[in-house]
Design a protein around this ligand. Structure first.
Ligand SMILES: C[S@@+](CC[C@H](N)C(=O)[O-])C[C@H]1O[C@@H](n2cnc3c(N)ncnc32)[C@H](O)[C@@H]1O
Length: 347
């Protein structure tokens, strides 16, 4: 075998070449750059290696939101969901949890790699498939829209444990519950509310006759607190070497690594940016649990600016700017019109 005048004879390859059902497949790749209008005579790079696995890009199409039975306004697209499941290194038999499960897109991705999945969400209507339909063409939700129906659609029912309507800010699970991976997209408070159960009243009392029909009131659940709870929960409930993969929103010009949520039991392994607008982006964070928490490990060193407050303040600012610009333009046009009218009548 030859490449660019050189030969592979130095490799200790023995035995016959089997083109049908080979025991191993060796690949030779030449890299000519990325510009189709300027292809060099000789490749920039040569790669030679053993084929170790097939990609699974067809899963992106298979899990498309366009054909998924149950979706919501914040359903995570399949490509990103699959990346999250990959980052979490989900393997067959793993226990995988999403505390802000929504329509369960991340559970679907995790199940593709053999993860047994469960989740929680505070939104009763969402988990019961009773929110307003997301598709414009759909007037009402179908009766059987749910995460379970999605899992059934993809033949993954056996990897679906269940979901529970629950507020993540309150402890729900046994303290000895251990999870292999947590993958989640917490609410940023932009397209969905960041809320938890609570009241501003000092001594709230629920009368006995109200007890059975009482719907608890909600208060704000700030982003700082959400990430603090998420990292503490992960430190407590992940197995050693287990991974937390989550998105984290921020203002691009303010990004520094010390702004990212941190916990002494969690090592930050990866941190990649997805740009959302001129000002904002979100980062996909991958943490690995490196030790069991001690009492002193509970606090998190963080320096978060409140994304939600700043986001709306900035929008308010740009709306104001837009209004002022339009008013100035109107005034200029009126002045021009009055001036030209005056010229016509004077002639
Ligand atoms: C960005 S969405 C998650 C979307 C989800 N990844 C999907 O693909 O559908 C965040 C979810 O967090 C839920 N949430 C907000 N506050 C919560 C809380 N205190 N406890 C649990 N879930 C909460 C919201 O109802 C919402 O469904």
């Amino acid at each position: 075998m030859q490449y660019w005048g050189k030969s592979f004879s130095y490799l200790p390859l023995e035995g016959p070449v089997k083109l049908k059902n080979p025991d191993i497949t060796l690949c030779y790749i030449e890299y000519y750059g990325l510009n189709p209008n300027s292809i060099p005579e000789e490749p920039y790079e040569y790669f030679f290696g053993r084929w170790i696995a097939d990609g699974q890009r067809e899963l992106i199409q298979k899990l498309s939101l366009k054909t998924r039975k149950f979706i919501g306004n914040t359903s995570m697209d399949p490509q990103l969901s699959l990346i999250m499941a990959n980052q979490a290194q989900i393997r067959k038999g793993d226990l995988v949890f999403d505390p802000f499960v929504g329509t369960g897109s991340l559970l679907i991705a995790a199940s593709q790699f053999g993860g047994y999945t469960f989740g929680t969400d505070i939104d009763f209507l969402m988990l019961h498939g009773r929110t307003r339909p997301t598709r414009i063409s759909q007037k009402t939700r179908e009766k059987d829209e749910s995460i379970a129906a999605n899992m059934h659609q993809y033949g993954m029912s056996s990897y679906y444990l269940d979901v529970v309507v629950a507020d993540f800010s309150y402890p729900l699970w046994r303290t000895d519950l251990r999870i292999d991976a947590i993958i989640t997209d917490p609410p940023y408070g932009i397209r969905e509310a960041t809320e938890r159960i609570g009241t501003m009243k000092t001594n709230p009392v629920i009368e006995e006759h109200q007890a059975t029909s009482h719907i608890p009131s909600k208060i704000g659940y700030g982003l700082n607190q959400i990430y603090k709870d998420l990292l503490c929960f992960s430190a407590r409930h992940l197995k050693l070497d287990g991974r937390l993969v989550c998105w984290y929103p921020l203002f691009r010009d303010q990004y520094t690594e010390d702004q990212l949520p941190a916990h002494p039991c969690l090592e930050l392994l990866a941190n990649s940016e997805q740009i959302l607008s001129n000002y904002t982006s979100r980062r996909l964070l991958t943490y690995k649990k490196i030790k069991e928490p001690e009492a002193t490990d509970e606090s998190i060193i963080m320096n978060l600016t409140d994304f939600r407050e700043k986001y709306f303040a900035l929008r308010e600012e740009t709306r104001k700017e837009k209004r002022t610009r339009k008013a100035t333009e109107r005034a200029r046009r009126r002045e021009e019109w009055e001036r030209s009218n005056k010229e016509v009548t004077e002639r």
